[in-house]
Design a protein around this ligand. Structure first.
Ligand SMILES: [Cu+2]
Length: 153
């Protein structure tokens, strides 16, 4: 059989649509060029990684505070999160400690006490005065639930 239909070169594109396509391509090229000229606002390699606040997990088994010793800079905060199934606390109040060595703060700092933190609860504290802070958990101090925060200038 002979096909009498006129062969077409594919779908017909109107002149108006071709102009529109050309315009879209031109705008895309212009945007790409403009972005390339902008200074890169974030240089990951140059900026120090700041994890703030630092998170310390409180568990029912040793290590009770994880990590037990943390080093931070003055002005940074620490957040304690109770990951266990019993209450825990964070205290630098030496008057409440069984062993006075388990609680200490640098000169000029004020002692803090979270009170009982329920399972799933948390407590945050911002450290301003540099120095070494020794803290304990009121219910578990005798079991060895003690921690250290070193605050650098
Ligand atoms: Cu505890």
């Amino acid at each position: 059989m002979i096909d009498f239909r006129i062969p077409s070169a594919g779908p017909r594109i109107s002149r108006r649509r071709m102009i529109l396509r050309a315009a879209i391509v031109a705008v895309a090229v212009a945007i790409t060029a403009a972005l390339a000229l902008l200074p890169n606002p974030v240089k990951a390699a140059d900026s120090p990684i700041v994890i703030n606040p630092i998170v310390i997990k409180m568990s029912d088994k040793a290590p009770f505070y994880a990590p037990e010793k943390v080093s931070i800079k003055a002005g940074e905060s620490v957040r304690w999160v109770n990951d266990g199934e019993t209450v825990h606390s964070v205290s630098t109040a030496s008057a409440n400690a069984q062993n006075p060595k388990d609680a200490s703060i640098p000169r000029g700092a004020v002692a803090f006490d979270s009170g009982f933190i329920p399972p799933g609860g948390d407590y945050s504290y911002k450290f301003i005065v540099p120095g070494t802070y020794r803290y304990f958990c009121l219910p578990h101090e005798n079991a060895g639930m003690v921690g250290v925060i070193v605050v650098k200038k």
